[in-house]
Design a protein around this ligand. Structure first.
Ligand SMILES: *Cc1c(COP(=O)(O)O)cnc(C)c1O
Length: 407
């Protein structure tokens, strides 16, 4: 963790007032903006009029406030707010790559990202090699003369592998290419840009907003890249237009100011459940375990106050077992059988049949993803011991508790 940048302090010190001294910034309710002088409009068009807004697809004040908060958290010069995480990922990649280019990506990524790279990019002659991102030799070997980007997630979905961002950044720098990191699972825990990532992308839908009331995304990077993205002549974000509605930006911004408390509670609760599952004899993937393959890498990169994150994955061996347990937990009010994560309630789903169903079953096996994998996004439960009691009861009732379990 960089000594110079403290993400929590940066958010705490943000002063964003509304038009009348409102403690929350005023919400933009306009698509277009008027000028007293025609020249100011022309200058704004060319990005040369600081503090002026032209048209909401390009910039609007509410999105700028949220972007400033994201940039403060990530320690980047700038940021831009998108209408979804996929809007952020696709805009960033299409800005960095053109026909004939190549991407080296982690094989385990969010299902939508995988589908975009595997099925959509090839239509525009951009090719992708998928590698085990924790194998740095494999990453190096996959780089070609036309490679423009190394793409990964800090904590990968759904296997919770940990990317060694400083080492990946070193490889990218050596080869003169960009490192793009999706930090959706680990806000405040890891700040990828401070570890050498060139572009940090987010689905704000998850932990950052934490309310599951909308989808949104962000791209955090050097100001030069943000300016390229929204260039009126050639910017991918400006021209494809995945802009977030300002009302949503305003509500996400308020939720960001409780993110530090929420991440601590998500992490505490996940650590508790991970241990209980393991004690019960169930196979668990949780980067907080000292013997987890990603543990030391995460430890080197993380802000210790925020723990190892709110995600755990358990292996129930078969999809049928996973379904039985999830249905039982839904009835027992453990949480909700639902995709997505970072919500105040616990969410669980069978990745192979849901958020990673875009990944062919053969590849799922290759990446070591069991068909019985249940991914948990552990909620903010006040009484996590009681939540475990409920889960334990479900395991017993569905006869899925391993024999000889002492938990
Ligand atoms: C959900 C998710 C996305 C996609 O975000 P949307 O807001 O649903 O478009 C991308 N990456 C990761 C890691 C995610 O969990």
């Amino acid at each position: 963790m960089s000594k110079k940048h403290n993400p929590v302090r940066a958010l705490f010190e943000l002063k964003q007032f509304g038009e009348f001294g409102d403690v929350n910034p005023s919400v933009t309710d306009s698509a277009t903006y008027t000028f007293m002088q025609a020249k100011t409009m022309t200058d704004t068009f060319h990005g040369e009029s600081e503090g002026c807004f032209l048209y909401s697809r390009h910039w609007n004040p509410s999105n700028k406030y949220l972007a400033d908060a994201m940039a403060a958290m990530e320690g980047t010069e700038g940021a831009w707010i998108t209408a979804s995480g996929m809007g952020a990922i696709t805009s960033a990649l299409l800005q960095l790559c053109k026909s004939g280019d190549h991407i080296v990506s982690s094989l385990t990524t969010y299902g939508g990202t995988f589908a975009f790279m595997q099925n959509w990019l090839p239509r525009y002659n951009i090719s992708v090699s998928f590698v085990d991102i924790t194998n740095l030799d494999a990453v190096r070997a996959a780089i070609r003369p036309n490679t423009k980007v190394i793409y990964t997630e800090t904590m990968t979905n759904p296997l919770l592998q940990i990317s060694d961002i400083p080492s990946l950044s070193e490889i990218a720098r050596e080869k003169g290419i960009k490192l793009v990191v999706d930090n959706t699972f680990t806000p405040l825990i890891v700040a990828p840009a401070l570890l050498g990532a060139d572009v940090v992308v987010y689905s704000l839908t998850k932990f950052v907003n934490g309310k599951n009331d909308c989808v949104a995304g962000a791209i955090c990077a050097k100001q030069e890249f943000i300016n390229e993205l929204i260039d009126v002549n050639a910017g991918t974000a400006m021209l494809l237009g995945p802009v977030l509605d300002p009302f949503r930006s305003a509500s996400i911004l308020k939720n960001m100011h409780t993110l530090h408390i929420r991440m601590q509670q998500h992490s505490r609760n996940a650590a508790f459940l991970a241990e209980k599952f393991r004690d019960a004899g169930i196979k668990v993937r949780y980067p907080g375990f000292e013997d987890d393959p990603g543990h030391l890498t995460l430890r080197r990169m993380m802000h210790p106050a925020f723990g190892f994150g709110g995600m755990i994955a358990i292996d129930m061996e078969t999809a049928e077992n996973a379904s039985r347990l999830m249905e039982s937990m839904e009835l027992a009010d453990v949480g909700y059988l639902a995709v997505s994560l970072g919500y105040f309630k616990t969410l669980f789903s069978n990745s192979g049949k849901s958020t990673s169903s875009e990944v062919p079953e053969e590849l799922q096996r290759q990446m070591g993803m069991s068909e019985g994998l249940i991914r948990f996004s552990v909620g903010l439960d006040f009484d996590i011991e009681n939540t475990w009691k409920r889960i334990y009861q479900c395991l017993k009732e569905t006869q899925l508790l391993p024999s000889g379990s002492f938990a």
